[in-house]
Write a protein that binds this ligand. Structure first.
Ligand code: HEC
Length: 207
């Protein structure tokens, strides 16, 4: 009898610890998760549209969805517009194409841009241009970086077509194809750095 009394009250230091221990999973966390679940359910209820088929499956088949895709080749003028405003050309030649007096020559009404054969302008855009140049009887002496390493043949062709055929600017010259840009790229492979206007004028535009 005296033994059992001793066992129920061991004389170890642990006897001073409180009998009520913290639960392994705290109550506040349970409350928090319950509230979170509730908030989630309320949100889902408000935004879920009750799994209405018109919301979750407006298309009954893949073909039906595919039929709605815009098809056909992308319009080069649209691609050209995007390349021009990337911002690449627009930062110097401006959205209006008017450039900046004494600094950046205009593309609007430029004889370089509107040359019927685009050989020279393709070279200028691919490799860059520097030194004195006359555009619409105004002298410029500045430098334009090369765009050949930035844009693909398709993009160069599209942006040149865009500046040549921009109706808002009153420009109207034949389109430039990616094949033409590719061919010029091949021809000027060994050309070091940017062209000069003088140099370009010596190259037949049709080349
Ligand atoms: C950092 C400014 C700058 C940017 C960006 C720029 N250019 Fe130029 N561009 C010039 C300058 C400066 C010249 C004249 C270079 C010279 O003085 O020899 C020029 C000349 C030209 C010319 C020949 C002259 C004319 O006005 O007709 C064309 C065409 C042209 N740029 C097209 C473009 C196209 C297309 C882009 C975009 C892919 C572009 N430029 C981006 C500065 C720029």
């Amino acid at each position: 009898m005296s033994q059992s009394i001793k066992r129920s009250a061991p004389a170890s230091p642990s006897s001073s610890q409180p009998l009520l221990k913290e639960p392994a999973f705290p109550i506040w966390l349970i409350v928090f998760l319950t509230l979170l679940l509730y908030a989630g359910a309320v949100y889902f209820d408000g935004h879920g549209s009750g799994f209405h088929p018109q919301v979750y499956a407006p298309y009954s088949s893949y073909t039906q969805l595919a039929d709605l895709q815009i098809t056909g080749p992308p319009n080069p003028l649209e691609i050209g517009f995007r390349v021009y405003h990337k911002p690449s050309c627009v930062s110097c030649h401006q959205a209006s194409g008017a450039g900046s007096p004494g600094q950046f020559p205009p593309l609007v009404g430029s004889e370089w841009v509107q040359e019927p054969e685009p050989g020279r302008i393709i070279r200028a855009v691919l490799n860059g241009l520097q030194g004195p140049i006359s555009v619409k009887n105004q002298q410029y002496n500045n430098a334009m970086v090369a765009w050949g390493g930035v844009f693909s043949d398709e993009e160069i062709a599209a942006v040149i077509t865009y500046i040549r055929q921009n109706k808002d600017w009153g420009n109207n010259a034949p389109a430039v194809t990616a094949d033409r840009v590719k061919a010029v790229r091949e021809k000027i492979k060994g050309h070091p750095g940017p062209f000069t206007a003088d140099e370009l004028l010596k190259i037949p535009a049709a080349d």
